[in-house]
Design a protein around this ligand. Structure first.
Ligand SMILES: Cc1cc2nc3c(=O)[nH]c(=O)nc-3n(C[C@H](O)[C@H](O)[C@H](O)COP(=O)(O)OP(=O)(O)OC[C@H]3O[C@@H](n4cnc5c(N)ncnc54)[C@H](O)[C@@H]3O)c2cc1C
Length: 425
């Protein structure tokens, strides 16, 4: 990658310009994996990666941090140690996508001109959208597994919960790891049960939507757990405000006629999942669909309008579950298709919408939901995925973190071999 001495067409002369063959936006699960995958296959590629953070997180581990079974330190690495050799790291944010001229403007004022772009900047956690939340998060019994800083406090809250009402929230879809709100719920319930405190607990799950889980096949085993723990389900309850000092949470509640009213619930513990949205630079760009997510072909993951752009991960408008499991299957598709494009060949690989959600229904037990576009069930292992499994817990707590840090982020393909399967009801 060179500092361009001459201004490329369309650039103002005052803008210092950088050039690269492949520009990757975001150094999270998708960005690091695809950079490593491309370099592993074609070391001579000229790749630059834009990522403002010096820290990289294994976010799936935060559910376990909140449950007290993984240390937060185990979910963090320095970004510098993960950038693949030969990839140039631009340690700043992308502030504007200018796909018509193959440029990305950076927050530090520079502009990068690329031949090919892979966009994987994740999504924005919109904590501030809930009135009063940022002032009280991490105190007053208000916790969240959705950040490195706050996940340990979830376990503190559960350990010190001595009866009363514990409320768990789930914002409108789409969110990353749609199962994570209820994972925190079941692990709390199981912890209280094991410590003989479940009987004195009123557990309420407040969901903005009207289903327990988006893939109907997995609802019965989850509903069974809800009933077993005595959890009250409040559908169409969207958290809009938190008053930490007086321990009150306010919800916009939509009734069956579509009428919205406000309802306040007093809590002793509140686990919040923040509303989620495309990052501003994506939302304000020409890359997006009507909802503001990056508009790629669901199979090839190539942009629907800009032929030299691909996307990976949570930023996409595809209907798969926003999970690291999805990223794991998207990366080899983008790598193969981008390399084929470089050689003028047709795109060889298709993503099937695979996503996975290890639903921690108890300590030591997981309902491993694996599915494709359209909610088609596609397990990787030869057991009924509706049955809570100790093996899946071992996978989640021990194997998956190792595979993430050592395989996926190093550009190795990790298709364990899932297959669509029909099950009797
Ligand atoms: C509590 C929780 C539990 C989860 N559990 C699971 C699970 O059990 N299984 C599973 O598969 N997945 C799980 N996930 C989801 C998984 O972590 C994400 O789907 C995955 O990390 C998405 O990868 P990504 O690369 O799209 O985004 P990220 O990994 O979030 O990376 C995005 C990167 O882009 C960077 N960025 C942001 N803005 C810009 C910008 N303007 N310019 C440049 N870079 C930018 C960010 O700093 C970040 O490094 C969970 C997530 C959470 C929060």
């Amino acid at each position: 990658m060179d500092n361009a001495s001459q201004s490329p067409a369309g650039l103002e002369t005052s803008e210092p310009a950088l050039r690269c063959q492949i520009l990757i936006i975001g150094g999270g699960a998708g960005g690091i994996s695809v950079a490593a995958s491309l370099k592993r296959r074609r070391p001579e590629l000229d790749i630059a990666l834009v990522e403002p953070s010096e820290r990289h997180f294994y976010q799936p581990g935060w559910t376990l941090v909140g449950a007290g079974v993984m240390s937060s330190a185990a979910t963090e690495r320095q970004e510098a140690g993960l950038i693949p050799k030969g990839v140039r790291w631009l340690k700043t944010a992308a502030s504007a996508f200018l796909p018509e001229t193959n440029r990305v403007r950076l927050a530090d004022g520079r502009v990068v001109v690329y031949d090919y772009l892979v966009a994987c900047p994740g999504l924005k956690l919109d904590w501030a959208k809930i009135e009063g939340l940022t002032q009280t998060l991490g105190r007053n019994g208000v916790c969240s597994n959705y950040s490195f800083e706050t996940a340990p406090y979830t376990h503190e809250c559960v350990k010190t919960f001595s009866g009363g009402t514990a409320v768990f929230t789930q914002p409108p879809m789409p969110i990353k790891c749609a199962g994570a709100p209820q994972k925190a719920l079941y692990l709390t319930a199981d912890y209280l049960r094991r410590h003989n405190r479940l009987a004195g607990a009123n557990l309420e799950f407040c969901l903005a939507g009207d289903v327990l889980f988006g893939v109907p096949f997995f609802v019965p085993p989850l509903q069974k757990k809800v009933d077993e723990y005595g959890i009250k389900l409040n559908f169409k309850h969207n958290l809009i405000a938190v008053d930490g000092a007086s321990k009150k949470a306010t919800f916009a509640v939509v009734d069956k006629d579509g009428k919205s009213t406000e309802k306040t619930i007093a809590f002793d513990m509140l686990h919040v999942v923040p509303p989620q949205a495309p990052i501003d630079a994506v939302r304000d760009s020409a890359l997006v669909n009507a909802a503001g997510w990056i508009d790629v072909d669901p199979g090839t993951l190539r942009h629907t309008r800009f032929a030299n752009i691909f996307g990976i991960g949570d930023a996409l408008g595809t209907t798969n579950a926003k999970t690291a499991a999805a990223v794991r299957m998207q990366v080899p598709v983008v790598t193969a298709n981008l390399l084929a494009l470089l050689e003028g060949k047709s795109l060889p690989k298709t993503y099937d919408g695979y996503g996975a959600c290890p639903l921690t229904v108890a300590y030591g037990k997981i309902v491993l939901a694996e599915f494709l576009y359209g909610g088609k069930v596609a397990p990787s292992f030869p057991f009924d995925p509706r049955v809570p499994s100790r093996f899946a817990w071992f996978l989640k707590t021990t194997i998956m973190p190792l595979l993430y840090w050592h395989q996926m982020l190093n550009g190795y393909e990790l298709d364990i071999g899932h297959h669509e399967k029909q099950f009797l009801a």
